[in-house]
Design a protein around this ligand. Structure first.
Ligand code: ATP
Ligand code: MG
Length: 566
């Protein structure tokens, strides 16, 4: 576990339900089972070609969570076998995000590219066993000769070339003698297989590209289906947990491992359903497109489903782990309600966030019977759910800010907030009665006037009279200026992936609303990013890294209203 985030550490209590992967592992560990007497060893293998998103969080919670559950270990491995799209900045962000989520790989951090020499040797072993050959068909010719469900693939004209010839050509491919696409190394498996992945799949291709770690050492790169089982086996992984799209690749995964001698382990691949959430997209390719087009403000835009975006938005590691554990693990793809993710955050923040007051659309409230140069303090609880979080002082004086929405000149029925003649409670302070208001010549509200009742200090009514409404406020004398950013779903359509239109054109322009002239209580002047607050009656907010001491910027993480219906 990550030692520098005590509050964030995952624990097994969060994973109390069992699922099919757990059942398989339990069986494997039984006497006579496939991994009897072995320590459970999993891995999380991201490709460093983008930032992690909430779908990856599901995989991380499963990979690290299963290792933890069985007192095993989990490796972090960069699956860097595709040089053209990968970059070291992604490696750093991936590590940061996993640590933030509350997991640690200790010293078990690997790059798939470390195994390129072994993978090459093992490929030669396959050639020598007459299980692989160098093929000179172009990629599109290979595609054309793959056959159909009812017809077998056409054998490559190079399928039966002598072993020595393939070995020599493979060596020359490695030496860089041939251009990209000129030839490939292919497995010799089964041209009639109902599984296309088994119809002589390509194992190696020529790519003259700079690799972010191995530089120009290699110009042949292994395909995922060949590389992945070897990475797992070379790291002595027992259970290789991955998403459902790899199910059809499992026969090839097993074939690679079964046909090579000298591997330290025979991992078992188990697939689970990918996470999909409505109103967003969960594909690195699509998320990158949003970033590169400038439609969002970077990978960590708080509307993005990336872990860095969710973090900036104010999501806590605990809420994300709780979400991942509660959506369950199954073999059937489904889409999770975005509201459920918000529900998990709200649940955590309701318990743990400090309560403060902020006013998003400020209008001046003047208490005419309160002395001009007077101020007083109220001691209020930081979090009624957690008395141990202590109290703080807020100041009160003659002029306050309240939210525009809490005042009506002509109130609708059942409006219990402020209107001329009505009484409300100013949260934790006094009961006031509205005595009037002033507008400019265009009818815009300038200020509201009221009188306070000194007998109601702390919001009590000694005479027992009922005050129906309580509103929040900020002392104008000590208020701090702030910008507040309100977010909504990035896509207003539920399934942008399924639409006929380009998903980029479906981004909701109203998904970001910036309020520039907000006022927050003075205690927030010294807050730090990532601390979550409940702005009373408004929702949960956190400070954005764009903040400067003279200009606070808050993100609304989630509103108070829960629209999740189980
Ligand atoms: P993307 O399609 O977003 O590019 P990917 O599958 O290519 O994702 P990888 O870096 O290869 O991303 O993924 C690392 C691991 O995370 C894999 O084991 C993959 O199965 C898992 N994973 C990726 N997306 C999801 C998801 N939406 N739900 C569950 N697991 C996922
Ligand atoms: Mg991938």
């Amino acid at each position: 576990m990550n030692s520098d985030s005590v509050n964030n550490t995952a624990n097994t209590a969060e994973t109390d339900s069992t699922h099919f992967i757990e059942d398989i592992i339990i069986n494997d560990l039984k006497p006579g089972g496939r991994f009897e007497g072995k320590q459970v060893h999993t891995r999380f293998p991201p490709e460093p070609n983008g930032y992690l998103h909430i779908g990856h969080a599901k995989a991380i919670v499963i990979d690290f969570g299963m290792a933890e559950r069985f007192n095993g270990i989990c490796n972090l491995r960069m699956d860097d076998t595709n040089p053209s799209k990968e970059d070291v900045v992604y490696v750093t962000s991936i590590q940061e995000d996993i640590r933030w989520l509350g997991y640690d790989w200790d010293d078990r951090f690997y790059y798939a590219s470390e195994y390129f020499p072994q993978m090459y040797e093992l490929a030669c072993q396959l050639i020598r066993k007459n299980l692989a050959f160098v093929c000179e068909l172009k990629p599109e010719e290979i595609r054309k000769t793959r056959g159909t469900l009812s017809t077998p693939a056409t054998p490559s004209p190079w399928r039966d070339r002598p072993t020595e010839e393939s070995l020599g050509l493979f060596e020359r491919m490695k030496q860089g003698e041939f251009p990209d696409g000129a030839m490939t190394l292919r497995a010799k498996i089964d041209l009639t297989s109902g599984n296309f992945n088994m119809r002589d799949p390509v194992l190696y291709r020529i790519v003259h590209a700079h690799h972010h770690r191995t530089g120009n050492d290699w110009c042949i790169y292994p395909m995922y289906d060949y590389a992945h089982p070897l990475e797992d086996a070379l790291e002595s992984i027992t259970h290789s947990l991955c998403s459902l799209e790899f199910e059809d690749h499992r026969p090839l995964y097993d074939w690679v491992i079964d046909n090579l001698d000298g591997l330290p382990s025979r991992p078992r691949q188990i697939e689970f359903a990918r996470l999909n959430i409505d109103h967003t997209v969960l594909s690195k390719r699509k998320l990158r497109a949003l970033v590169e087009s400038g439609i969002v403000n970077g990978w960590d835009d708080p509307r993005m489903p990336t872990l860095s975006g969710l973090r900036r938005r104010g999501y806590t590691p605990r809420s994300i782990r709780s979400f991942c554990n509660r959506i369950g693990v199954s073999k059937v793809n489904s889409t999770v309600d975005y509201n459920f993710l918000e529900h998990c955050l709200r649940e955590d923040l309701n318990e743990n966030a400090e309560r403060v007051m902020g006013v998003l659309k400020p209008v001046k409230l003047i208490i005419d019977n309160y002395p001009e140069n007077q101020s007083e303090y109220f001691e209020i609880e930081n979090n009624p759910n957690r008395p141990e979080d202590g109290t703080r002082q807020i100041t009160f004086s003659r002029e306050l800010w309240i939210d525009e929405d809490d005042f009506r000149i002509d109130p609708p029925r059942k409006f219990h907030r402020l209107f001329p003649g009505n009484e409300v409670r100013l949260k934790a302070a006094y009961v006031i009665r509205c005595t009037g208001y002033r507008c400019d010549s265009d009818g815009n509200l300038l200020e509201i006037h009221a009188e306070y009742d000194p007998a109601t200090r702390g919001g009590q009514t000694p005479d027992g009279r009922k005050i129906k409404g309580t509103i929040h406020w900020v002392d104008a004398k000590t208020a701090v200026e702030a910008e507040v950013r309100l977010y909504d779903n990035l896509f207003s359509v539920a399934d942008p992936d399924a639409s006929d239109q380009d998903f980029m054109s479906l981004v909701d322009p109203g998904s970001l609303i910036v309020l520039k002239d907000c006022k927050v209580e003075s205690s927030l002047a010294t807050t730090e990013t990532q601390t979550s607050f409940q702005f009373l009656r408004l929702g949960y907010f956190c400070l954005d890294p764009d903040s400067r001491p003279d200009r606070l910027v808050f993100n609304r993480s989630v509103s108070l209203k829960d629209s999740y219906r189980p």
